[in-house]
Write a protein that binds this ligand. Structure first.
Ligand SMILES: Nc1ncnc2c1ncn2[C@@H]1O[C@H](COP(=O)(O)OP(=O)(O)OP(=O)(O)O)[C@@H](O)[C@H]1O
Ligand SMILES: [Mg+2]
Length: 336
């Protein structure tokens, strides 16, 4: 990782980088991995940290919880007042020993534009979470009235038009994380979600991260997987109608049809947004074609980060983006 160093005693001090974001996914995953690799208490130096997006938040949240699960103490020090207030508001520091930090007052208390980091480990909690998070995100958009009367013709409101693609995305990703991620020996896998509406850019950022078996874990024996690498597994999972359960046959409901992830990515593209999928030692960003993480860097599980532009989101009709039965390409799809 390069930034980790050891002080005179036996406790390691790990420095956080300036950005913990999807755009700096290699560095973000590397530092989380370095923290998880520690076998005793960890001191984290957050002096350089300037910006954390939902992707960074879910990865760091999963990382802290992992250590706490092992009984290791996590100490964070030298976090700036602004970043610290934000992270505290997003609930990142639960159970973390935060040292030398004075909140910056009201400045970061933007209660309505944030969706806290949430960890979900059972299906009953998941069914509510997608709707609750979508409403919280939409409620942050200026001028949106969650109690608006629905339009007589369409039965829709501005909030439901914006909300349905967000709900779809969150529930598909959550469903994947609570079923597929728990295969191949990862029964206890959990999922972390976070989201935020950014008024300045008029866009939503969402992230869903699990600590399960990863795409390669579920697709290792899939006939479409040409090479047993994490990168190929990500690309294979993105293809329409690829599912680790496809041997059960095509069903009439949406369960295990292999369309969820494809549709999530189509929604991101239709919303003029970006997407990033990381798993194992690889990531894929449809805009740049992605690639490998820095050598030795690894995320055990799957993390999906999305950016959705509000103005485009309103025009999305999910039914039009769902893959059709004929939609079964034999080559990896490219989104660029
Ligand atoms: N979080 C995850 N962890 C491990 N594997 C995953 C994860 N998410 C998706 N996958 C793999 O990618 C495949 C494709 O996912 P996708 O959501 O498109 O289809 P599905 O979940 O099988 O079916 P559907 O979404 O239509 O119900 C899954 O069948 C599974 O093999
Ligand atoms: Mg799915």
């Amino acid at each position: 990782m390069g930034d980790g160093s050891t002080t005179g005693g036996s406790v390691s001090v790990i420095q956080l980088p300036r950005f913990l974001t999807a755009r700096s996914c290699g560095e973000t995953i590397a530092v989380c991995q370095a923290i998880q690799d520690e076998e005793s208490d960890v001191v984290i130096d957050a002096a350089r940290l300037r910006f954390v997006d939902p992707f960074g938040l879910t990865l760091l949240g999963a990382t802290f919880q992992e250590l706490q699960g092992w009984g290791q103490r996590v100490v964070v020090h030298r976090v700036s007042a602004d970043v610290g207030s934000y992270l505290q508001r997003m609930d990142l520091f639960r159970g973390v020993d935060l040292q030398g930090f004075t909140p910056a007052g009201q400045r970061w208390d933007r209660r309505d534009s944030l969706v806290e980091l949430t960890c979900i480990d059972d299906h009953t909690a998941a069914s509510d979470a997608a709707g609750r998070l979508a409403n919280a995100l939409i409620g942050a958009v200026p001028g949106i009235d969650l109690n608006e009367e629905p339009d007589d013709m369409s039965g829709q409101t501005e909030a439901t038009r914006l909300g349905s693609p967000i709900k779809y995305v969150l529930s598909e990703l959550l469903e994947n994380a609570l079923t597929h991620a728990r295969r191949a020996g990862y029964k206890g896998a959990r999922v972390w979600i976070a989201g935020q509406y950014y008024q300045r850019n008029d866009l939503f950022r969402l992230a869903v991260t699990d600590n399960g078996c990863g795409f390669l874990g579920t697709l290792r024996d899939h006939p479409d997987l040409r090479r047993k690498t994490h990168r190929e597994a990500i690309l294979t999972a993105m293809k329409p109608r690829v599912s680790c359960n496809r041997d059960l046959g095509i069903r009439t409901d949406t369960v295990n049809e292999g369309v969820g992830l494809t549709t999530v990515l189509r929604i991101a593209r239709a919303a003029d947004g970006r997407a990033l999928i990381a798993s194992g030692d690889a990531y894929h960003n449809p805009a740049t074609a992605g690639g490998s993480l820095p050598v030795g860097t690894f995320w055990q599980g799957v993390s999906v980060a999305l950016e959705l532009r509000r103005i485009k989101l309103e025009t999305i009709r999910i039914g039009r983006l769902l893959p059709t039965l004929e939609d079964m390409p034999r080559v990896p799809i490219r989104f660029e």
